[in-house]
Design a protein around this ligand. Sequence first.
Ligand code: A3P
Length: 280
Amino acid sequence: PVRYLQMDGVLYPPLPGYAAHLKQVQNFPCRSDDVWIFGYPKSGNHWMWEMVNMVLKHRSEFENDFMERYLVDFEDLSSPALSRDSRRVLVSHLPCQHAPLGVFEKGVKIIYVMRNPKDVAVSAYNHLASVTDDFRNLSFSDFLSLYMDGKVYYGDWYDHVFSWFARCRGSRNILVVKYEDMKRDLLTEVKRVAKFLDQPMDGDTADRIARACSFSCMKQGKREYSGKWRQDGLIHSVYRKGQVGDWVNWFSPEDNEQFDKRHEERMQQSGGVTVDFQLD
Ligand code: A3P
């Protein structure tokens, strides 16, 4: 059986001391000029982190660093990366109710990344099966049943999205960016992000950033730094396939039928939050 840590009804990895860490994260000192990226795991968080760093620096080079060092969910909160002086681009997969309180108190800019939950399931399965013993022996269908019940790390995808969309209402500090839109037209999304972050940007720079952030360039570019990365092997799952609609290669017709049925049920339970996305 898969083991979890439970906090207020949300499941997390059962790591030693993790409940205490999550409490500390809630009190993490935020700065008003921070940029925070929130997203359910496997929604394109690494992609967005690279892109935001490029936008802030007006250059199309990859960070000589890894997103994991800015992921407050797991990083030592007193690490030099997290407390550096320059403008910070921080990342978290936490649902809104567990996010650092400072992000709301300081009114920081938040980008919420979102991806088709079917593709997220496939990406999460591949990732978790490669890094976690508890998930390694599950078939995809078994994993999908857990995922549909919210019995995966960070809990139910719908709860996550609803928690953030409820916050988005009426907030000018939160920008939602969809993985599928980034795949369709990255240049437009680069410009949207630049505008949101108050970074006037000429078309040429935006174009160079969009090109650098293509899946193949990024996979190659980050691999060059991977020797310095403590989690070297993860490069394969962080940059696995990078496609929209890979779920068709994994879902059986029964899986898909069950998923769609559950989707309808869950969307009825959004608490009045409107979430606009497509499942196919
Ligand atoms: P796949 O497993 O479907 O390939 P996260 O960063 O939130 O962990 O998400 C990882 C997913 O984003 C992986 O999905 C990965 O391939 C995809 N991804 C990372 N960089 C990308 C890029 N530049 N373009 C498209 N997809 C990218």
